[in-house]
Design a protein. Structure first.
Length: 234
């Protein structure tokens, strides 16, 4: 079937291509988001056909979807080492540096990815960028001292030559709360020329739980575009 420029069709095709990397007996990390949802659905079909796997979901949303498709679940307490995690991304930059967290699950996504031997990123071609930053960077923060944490983030950004709005994420008129009970600040910095430096500065701020810059974690990106599937190695 030829690819189209329809985003959902491309996401589905990327997820289907990633299924080729799943083998019997694997311990898998399952990402969160619309592209990962296609993966969970595809895994459900393969489990029904006899595939033996056990999976760690990166969000309550993904866990519910996996149960719906009868995909066997575990957690990192019972299964602390994983063979492979497959997840989406909001942006894929050079060197497979990523921005993730549009779905608000980047803390758990990063924990699961770090517990895995490999991370495969699946996305449609619109997520591939020359420089990270057009997508607002999600920063998960604790509620205590939120204004002070926001001020520290602004200062760190300014010292790196970055500027832009910091917005507390909301949903249905209420502050968005992550699965871990935290808030998210969406930082619209625009172009981020040095993601590594920003990641280091954000990680040093006490009120920051985790940021959405994924650096040095992805091993392979499977990107679906109008011309077909592109596989990008780290």
């Amino acid at each position: 079937m030829p690819l189209t420029n329809d985003s959902s069709a491309l996401k589905k095709r990327a997820a289907e291509a990633a299924l080729a990397h799943v083998e019997n007996g694997m311990r898998l990390g399952l990402g969160t988001g619309s592209t990962a949802a296609f993966l969970v659905s595809g895994l459900g079909k393969r489990v029904a056909e006899g595939l033996r796997i056990v999976c760690v979901p990166t969000s309550e949303q993904t866990a519910a979807l996996a149960r719906q498709h009868n995909v066997p679940l575990t957690d990192l307490d019972r299964t602390p080492e994983l063979d492979l995690t497959i997840d989406g991304a909001d942006e894929i930059g050079p060197g497979l540096m990523l921005i993730k967290g549009g779905g608000g699950a980047h803390l758990r996504e990063k924990i699961v990815a770090s517990a895995s031997s490999r991370l495969i990123v699946i996305a449609d071609a619109s997520k591939k960028v020359a420089t990270l930053g057009a997508f607002p960077l999600p920063i998960e923060v604790v509620t205590f001292g939120l204004a002070a944490t926001e001020m520290a983030i602004r200062k760190a950004a300014q010292e790196l030559g970055l500027a832009g709005s910091l917005e507390v994420r909301s949903r249905d008129g209420q502050p968005f709360v992550t699965d871990s009970g935290n808030r998210i600040l969406d930082a619209s910095f625009g172009r981020i020329p040095d993601p590594e430096a920003l990641a280091e500065r954000l990680a040093a701020i006490p009120g920051v739980v985790e940021h959405g810059l994924f650096i040095g974690l992805a091993d392979l990106a499977i990107v679906a575009g109008e011309g077909g599937i592109e596989e990008i190695d780290a």
